[in-house]
Design a protein around this ligand. Structure first.
Ligand code: ADP
Ligand code: MG
Length: 317
């Protein structure tokens, strides 16, 4: 028997439907259930061939549990080691090396000092920074957002330098990105599962929350193909099994805006019935594939091209 577990927080619609879908397929030797943890002992395997992780970004205890699970042979979706290492600035840096258009972006030191540091801890940092150089490069309006954030938290659209100075002062110890605004004609949110299944969803971020997936963009077959290739390329290099990529089209060019979403929103009330059905079905199919190909006590994680090529000293592309 190979078990597929799902580890989740307070979300309900996706985990429940996922478990039901895997089990209703009635595949011999496969069952799905919510992960149950009673104790976590170093070096001891879990009972799961596959775990879908929807919450360890918020629960460090779960992240540590998942790393041990992976070491002992569980295929954790997504790779907890890579997820721990990754953030939005690195995503953009990598994109510049693999031919994916991204908005011009810089990273900024936090406005307030990190805990247990003083001004003396920062003797490597020029004071002031080259703000003119930064503003000239990015331009205004600009977006400012946490380098490792999500859920639209602390995302600012800034008209000018004065607004930047005022808002940056509100960001405390957060490390922020400052980014060129992409003034787009169309916007898409794209699921990518298993590095091969892609669903491109028209998305209108300027609509109120409940209407964001109600957008009537209808891309040509050629544009769809181009976007699909970008989504696959990004996920191949990052090594995510389950992710969303947001693409903003400016003059027809798809710019990757947000592609570090390893626990993407899959709630029926936000994505809508059709997208929900797709994500449940596809996640179930992929989790079953992973369970069936799982080799006990081996590394069953997905590693991205970036890590694979770096560790074997190959060129990135
Ligand atoms: N560079 C940008 N140009 C235009 N719109 C942006 C840009 N960055 C963010 N946005 C808008 O802000 C929203 C939230 O930013 P995003 O980077 O997706 O952060 P989060 O991870 O919190 O979802 C995006 O969906 C998009 O509508
Ligand atoms: Mg986003």
């Amino acid at each position: 028997m190979k078990k597929i577990g799902i580890l989740h927080g307070k979300e309900r619609s996706f985990p429940t439907a996922f478990i039901d879908r895997v089990n209703s397929k009635g595949i011999d030797g496969i069952i799905a259930e919510p992960v149950r943890i009673e104790k976590v002992v170093q070096g001891e395997p879990t009972e799961y061939a596959v775990i879908i992780d929807r919450i360890s970004q918020d629960v460090p205890f779960y992240r540590a549990y998942l790393k041990n699970a992976a070491l002992c042979g569980t295929a954790v979706i997504n790779n907890p080691f890579w997820w721990s290492a990754d953030e939005k600035f690195f995503n953009n840096c990598l994109a510049t090396k693999i031919g994916v258009p991204v908005p011009k972006t810089v990273i900024l030191p936090s406005y307030q000092l990190p805990p247990d540091t003083t001004g003396e801890s920062f003797s490597n940092l020029a004071y002031p920074l080259d703000w003119d150089g930064i503003f000239n490069y990015i331009g205004f309006p600009a977006y400012m957002k946490p380098f490792a954030g999500g859920g639209w938290k602390s995302v600012y659209r800034l008209e000018n330098k004065d607004e930047f100075l005022q808002k940056h002062g509100e960001t405390g110890e957060l490390v922020m990105l400052l980014q060129e605004e992409i003034i787009f004609e169309e916007y898409y949110r794209c699921y990518c599962i298993g590095g091969k299944y892609v669903r491109i969803m028209p998305y209108e971020p300027r609509n109120p929350f409940h209407l964001r997936y109600v957008a009537d963009f209808s891309p040509s077959a050629e544009k769809l193909k181009e976007m699909e290739e970008i989504v696959l390329r990004i996920n191949k290099y990052l090594g995510y099994d389950f992710n969303t990529v947001e693409l903003a089209l400016r003059d027809g060019v798809p710019y990757a805006i947000d592609f570090c979403n390893p626990a993407p929103d899959a709630d029926i009330n936000s994505v809508g019935q059709e997208n929900f059905d797709w994500v449940v079905e596809t996640a179930a199919t992929f989790a079953i594939e992973k369970a069936q190909s799982n080799e006990p006590a081996k590394d069953n994680l997905t590693w991205g091209e970036y890590v694979k090529r770096s560790s074997s000293s190959q060129n990135l592309i």
